[in-house]
Ligand binder design. Sequence first.
Ligand SMILES: [Zn+2]
Length: 321
Amino acid sequence: MEYENKTIRINEVNIEPGNSAQISLNWYQLPTKAVIEIPIYVFRSKNPGPTLLIQAGMHGDETNGIEIVRRLITKEEVRNPLCGSVVAIPVINTFAFLYGTRDLPDGKDLNRCFPGSKNGSLGSRIAYDLTNEIIPQIDLGLDFHTGGKQINNYPQLRCTFEDGRSLELAKQFAPTYIINAPFRDQSYRKEAAKNGKPILVFEGGESSRFHYQYINEGVNGCLRLMKYLKMVDVDVRENSYSLVIKSSWVRARSSGMFHCTKTNGVPITKGEVIGEITDPFGEQMEKITAPQNGFIIAINTHPVINQGDALMHIGVEKNSD
Ligand SMILES: [Zn+2]
């Protein structure tokens, strides 16, 4: 793919090839009149190449992703790409980050506010700025997330397999699992795709918890992708991946205390015991068996569960029955 050496322009600031800058997406006011900014870091090579967006904190409590971007932008290789440009947004949802919550103060999920509007609510405004200031500037992006509260996602990259370019980029990132994920309405990934910009969504660990092994997976995957794009020349170990064509949750048939007897990320065989639900009184124990061959790609880490709760997310490999 041929790339041109264009000026990057974000929030009325021009950044030319060979330059770096720290800028703000926009300014947003708190009820106290204090102004909140969303910091953006741009690192540009003089040599033409892709403009890669790396971003995290779309959900304010997804700290693994924020740490992944922080580690990446402290690396000399990332700050001085051999070609192209890096646009990094370590904490998109600064409001939710401050409150330690997933969503904005009004309860809105920022990742369901796209394409947003200029005079809308906070989420709509941030979405509007990302849609208009960032998407036109980039060629591709990585959006780092985690599972929700007490849902531990094994490191995985989500993209639509129908889009061959996204799938190829995901293979170069090489997380353990690449998951076929249809677009969700009003999400950033869908809005970017409408403009021909593939964004791959990384998920690793659970919210409000650091998981250092998964953080490393995210950092290494990004470096593998940047190496493939010729943006960096670093030693990064290779990783094998599995393509997960579909996934479904095993749910609790009864309420009680849930013990997963398998490790996150492992393959499982139809019919084998993968967990158990006990009552707190030592009277009952229900075994949970694998509904099909596949992999455990997420685990509910909450010890006490109710009927119908999601327990384990099972991924099924492409070409598997
Ligand atoms: Zn998220």
